[in-house]
Design a protein around this ligand. Structure first.
Ligand code: ZN
Length: 147
């Protein structure tokens, strides 16, 4: 390879690397908003579209880091209790974190959690729960507000 071509190739590679690094640093230091985190949950829920599952997903964040994530798989698993929130909370539970660390966690789900999932979130000492759509039939937020 002629020296000039080699230099050009190296320069292109370095430029690509620097752009990648700059992008990574920008992502790493950015504090995601509630809407941006919820968008990630909705993106995850969309993955289950066309699979005969309800498009419900859950992500547990610590600041901008995803600690656990799951989506509902009742039909695939032929089980009734495999809600997205429960699956994500079980993944969190396996990490064996202390109560203070768990209190810093934020649970995001695109549908109001049912009583089982909200109860599991409370029992897991998750600090905050965010949801985007009310579930009038089995949503449990109204029960939590009374306590
Ligand atoms: Zn649930």
């Amino acid at each position: 390879m002629p020296e000039e071509s080699l230099q050009t190739a190296c320069r292109q590679h370095l430029t690509k690397h620097l752009i990648h690094t700059a992008f990574y640093v920008r992502i790493k230091i950015k504090n995601m908003t509630v809407d941006e985190k919820m968008k990630l949950v909705i993106d995850l829920a969309e993955k289950s579209l066309g699979t005969n599952e309800l498009p419900i997903a859950c992500i547990i964040f610590h600041n901008d880091t995803i600690i656990a994530q799951a989506y509902t798989s009742e039909n695939a698993d032929k089980r009734l209790l495999v809600h997205a929130e429960i699956k994500a909370l079980l993944e969190l539970d396996q990490k064996k974190l202390g109560i203070k660390e768990k209190a810093q966690m934020e649970l995001y789900t695109n549908l109001e959690p049912c009583m089982m999932c909200l109860g599991a979130a409370i029992s897991s000492f998750v600090g905050k729960v965010y949801y985007s759509l009310d579930a009038p039939s089995d949503g449990a937020a109204k029960w939590a507000e009374k306590t």
